[in-house]
Design a protein around this ligand. Sequence first.
Ligand code: NAD
Length: 495
Amino acid sequence: MTLVQPTWTEAPPARDWPMQVAGIPVEAADGRWLDVHPPSRPETLLARVPRGGAVDVDRAVNAAREAFPGWRAMHFTERQRRLLAIADAVEAHADELARLTAVDTGNAVRTQARPECRVLVDLFRYFGGVAGEVKGVVLPAGDGQLQYSVREPLGVVGAILPWNSPLMIAGMKIPAALAAGNTMVVKAAEDAPLTVLRLAELCAPFLPDGVLNVITGLGIECGAHLVRHPGVDKVSFTGSTAVGLDVGKAAAERLIPASLELGGKNPNIVWPDAVSEETIDGILTAMRFTRQGQSCTAGSRLFLHRSIFDEVLDGLVRKVAQLRIGDPLDEATDMGCLINAKQHRRVASYIEEGLSTPGVSLVYDGADMLPAGLEGYYHAPTIFSGDNEWRLAREEIFGPVMVVVPWEDDDEVLAMANDSNYGLAAYLWCKDVDRALGAARRIEAGWVQVNQGGGQMVGQSYGGFKQSGIGREVSLEGMLEGFTQIKQINVRLSR
Ligand code: NAD
């Protein structure tokens, strides 16, 4: 098949996209490619990206190893200057990147892709700003001793990205690892590789060759080689819990550190005193319907107090029905499409199961929200009510499917919220401060939000409890714990 330049407005140029290794664009060593079809237009072969294998991983890791001594030796203000320059360059190209994200991921440009690019810029600025905080302490060890610690970079970081918000997750890893003096090999997800390759192009003029290498390929080939490569000193993985377990085992076999940002099935709990239009808007935001529910932090288990169950659900349904599903590039679109056919089938099968499960009722079926004539993997919002036990309330669907469960007292709802293998995020809607903060303390999740449902704030610690992962990113503490190690130096002074 040959690449086809699409005729739709704002289509990026159809082309082959190289990887970035050792400062230059490269193809796969064996010349293999992966086809890229935008999820909103699966009939169009828009691009090809290299199908990187063991040799390509090896090249990229070697390039990162060679670049490491020079990069770590730099004064932090110089690394800082370069990260801030990248932030400016990304900001200058933000609109292009946002449109490319919409094409690459199916996420709507206005509601998702543009805000994601803003977060990427902020993350480069934030980690550039804190680059000087990679420092140690001096002990009050008395005369005759100088006892101090230094924080050193780990070496080469292998980072693996998912497809759902590739730029934001690249932003959680790349500037943090680089600010701390590490070099990197980043593997983009095979389902949304273009934005990450474009980011690599934008970063290249500001970084010495080999400091940031970006490769593409299948998870089981390219990703599996990267996490097992002997030249990789740390793995930072974001993706599913199933793959994360495998990545964690591979890292453990080599005794290298691994941060794992994995899945979630997050509780969204509403107390009677919090019912308002603002809360309902917030629940919608937390559910990430405008990212088609394809978010690890989606508040997809909605627990409504029985006394306000119907009122909140009616309000929610009214607002969900107003969401406009459409072409991700259209500024009027609220909600774009799912990433691929497999994910589309998976979501449909959960819905079929919900429809045939006794005791479960369909509260809202948005099927008639789907405009006619759309070619991509579109799925409308669907809301079920039932209990916390059935499969749809326990498994991460990663689609626009919400389950609603009634509750009566705080102990009961917190027990249900915590009755999950996951523990990534939680949303508490409650105006009584004592009650809300008491619940926040008891919730088993790495990130709890009270009376708000937005995305991660730059500088906060982000990561999961239980099967949602290990390690924290996005914050200074996450950078220090995740991308540096402590060396203690004790010196005997003779005078
Ligand atoms: P995935 O686990 O299928 O793939 C993630 C990445 O891992 C891809 O780049 C893939 O190529 C690679 N990969 C696959 N198999 C591999 C292997 N054996 N060895 C090494 N790498 C391999 O996940 P996905 O479908 O891309 O993303 C969706 C999942 O990611 C969801 O479960 C979601 O909850 C999770 N996620 C978590 C966070 C978070 O911050 N906690 C953020 C976004 C997505």
